[in-house]
Write a protein that binds this ligand. Structure first.
Ligand code: NDP
Ligand code: 2IT
Length: 448
């Protein structure tokens, strides 16, 4: 479908032609350009001064070889990426993803999304993302360490606490951040806040581990309250069982909901009595096992192979927290038919455009990723602040900041949606509010 503005439509065609075979990147750019139609019509200088053309072109892409040796003496060569997309409002900031599906198009889509998300937090952070097609699954700690050290031996040349501050994402958690930070410190002979998500003994922030999942629930709580609803007594389905999913489950339960399902890429568990999160944490965070192992200790629960069918479980609230395009139109229609009234995205771009269309036309409350999962990177920025001050805040202090950031973000996105003619449309609101701060800064710099 064409974008309802001739210039932006032409720009979209150029993006597709210049970035062939990168469908996820095209999908992310198209959604933002569609939302910005009323903005460029009210403010034509964003087109005239080249802001829109610059916005879709990364400032820099770094692509490198990552050779490493496994425990059997075999040599592997992976690819590493860092897309430094936009530094208009602060140092590049965004996670690193280690997953076999990673290629340039995935890192570009994630880096592009990160620009607007980071702007929405209200904190001074630009947009970036990185990663590798390395698969940590089934690898020993030693192999993961060797890979991380090789990855950082190249990446360290391009990052720094005031330049580019990576963090975790899929496949990169506290173990990987530890190895990456150790190698950076060794190469630079400096102790700086160059990565976030660090361990609590060496510069990490309390509540960063919980932040994305907790923030998602704080944001969802705002959406629910505005509609006269709440988590209290609601049945919730969550996809994924990694960092974001686990802490979304924890906070949703604290807010009075019953989470009945979680998944991984192999399948999902359904526990009608409510998920035993301590068991999921033990399996996933400590033992690094599959979610199917849940039924070994919970015989009343069911395991079903195939992760997509998790959306067929009747629920009030759905929180997709696994990966991009995990929720398609068919799943969206199943959720709607079963009475689901709210979907908020913990993962990045988990709903396909057709799914989002189905949600919005049904009147269901829809919280897009850029807004709903911004609590993770916001708390990363709070980790950067604490590192710069050489100081630590308590868990409650960080959590209070996080709550306030998510509430403000919700209201800013809602306001922008209403102001530009799309009341209640948080996709448009988040894209517009996120863009305006970045766009104004780019205008101020002139052509750079
Ligand atoms: P984790 O690696 O901790 O967990 C990822 C989860 O998603 C696992 O359960 C994994 O299952 C599942 N998953 C991954 N890839 C696929 C796939 N292709 N199909 C089905 N399931 C899949 O990652 P996070 O929890 O950190 O990240 C989850 C999502 O949240 C991502 O989209 C990420 O970009 C986003 N996000 C993360 C933030 C953070 O702070 N960590 C912040 C904001 C967004 P399996 O183990 O089988 O692979
Ligand atoms: O997608 C995301 O926002 C993240 N993976 C977190 C990035 C960060 O820098 O904390």
């Amino acid at each position: 479908m064409s974008i309802q503005n001739a210039y932006l439509n032409g720009l979209m065609e150029r993006v597709i032609a210049r970035n062939p075979a990168e469908p996820e990147f095209h999908q992310a750019v198209r959604e933002v350009l569609e939302s910005l139609v009323p903005v460029v019509e009210a403010r034509p200088e964003f087109i005239r001064e080249g802001v829109m053309d610059c916005l879709v072109e990364p400032e820099r892409i770094i692509k490198f070889r990552v050779p490493w040796e496994d425990e059997k003496g075999n040599i592997h060569v992976n690819r590493g990426f860092r897309v430094q997309f936009n530094s208009a409002i602060g140092p590049y900031k965004g996670g690193l993803r280690f997953h076999p599906s990673v290629y340039e198009g995935i890192v570009k889509f994630l880096g592009f999304e990160q620009i607007f998300k980071n702007s929405l937090t209200g904190l001074p952070i630009g947009g970036g993302k990185g990663g590798s097609d390395f698969d940590p699954k089934g690898r020993t700690d030693l192999e993961v360490m060797r890979f991380c050290q090789s990855f950082m031996t190249e990446l360290f040349k391009y990052i720094g606490p005031d330049t580019d501050v990576p963090a975790g994402d899929i496949g990169v958690g506290s173990r990987e951040i530890g190895y990456l930070f150790g190698q950076y410190k060794r190469l630079r002979n400096e102790f700086t806040g160059v990565l976030t998500g660090k361990g609590l003994t060496y510069g990490g922030s309390l509540a960063r581990t919980e932040a994305t999942g907790y923030g998602l629930c704080y944001f969802t709580d705002c959406m629910l309250k505005d509609a006269g609803r709440s988590f209290e007594g609601a049945t919730v389905v969550i996809s994924g069982s990694g960092n974001v999913a686990i802490y979304a489950c924890e906070k949703a339960s604290q807010l009075g909901a019953r989470v009945v399902a979680m998944s991984d890429s192999g399948g999902y568990i359904y526990d009608k009595d409510g998920i035993d999160l301590a068991c999921v944490k033990q399996l996933k965070e400590v033992e690094r096992r599959r979610i199917s192992a849940y039924t070994e200790t919970h015989p009343g629960a069911e395991y079903h192979a195939g992760c997509r069918d998790v959306w067929n479980i009747p629920c009030d609230i759905a929180l997709p927290c696994a990966t991009q395009n995990e929720l398609d139109e068919k799943s969206a229609k199943a959720l709607i038919a079963n009475g689901c009234f709210c979907v908020a995205e913990g993962a990045n771009m988990p709903s396909t455009p057709e799914a989002i269309h189905a949600f919005q036309s049904s009147g269901l409350l829809f919280g897009p990723a850029k807004a709903a999962n911004a609590g993770g990177v916001a708390t990363s920025a709070l980790e950067m602040s604490q590192n710069s001050m050489r100081f630590y805040w308590t868990f409650e202090e960080v959590d209070d900041h996080l709550k306030k950031i998510m509430v403000d973000l919700y209201h800013n996105a809602s306001r922008a949606a209403a102001q530009y003619g799309h009341p209640g449309n948080l996709v448009a609101g988040a894209n517009i509010a996120g863009f305006l701060k970045v766009g104004e800064s780019m205008l101020a710099y002139g052509i750079v």
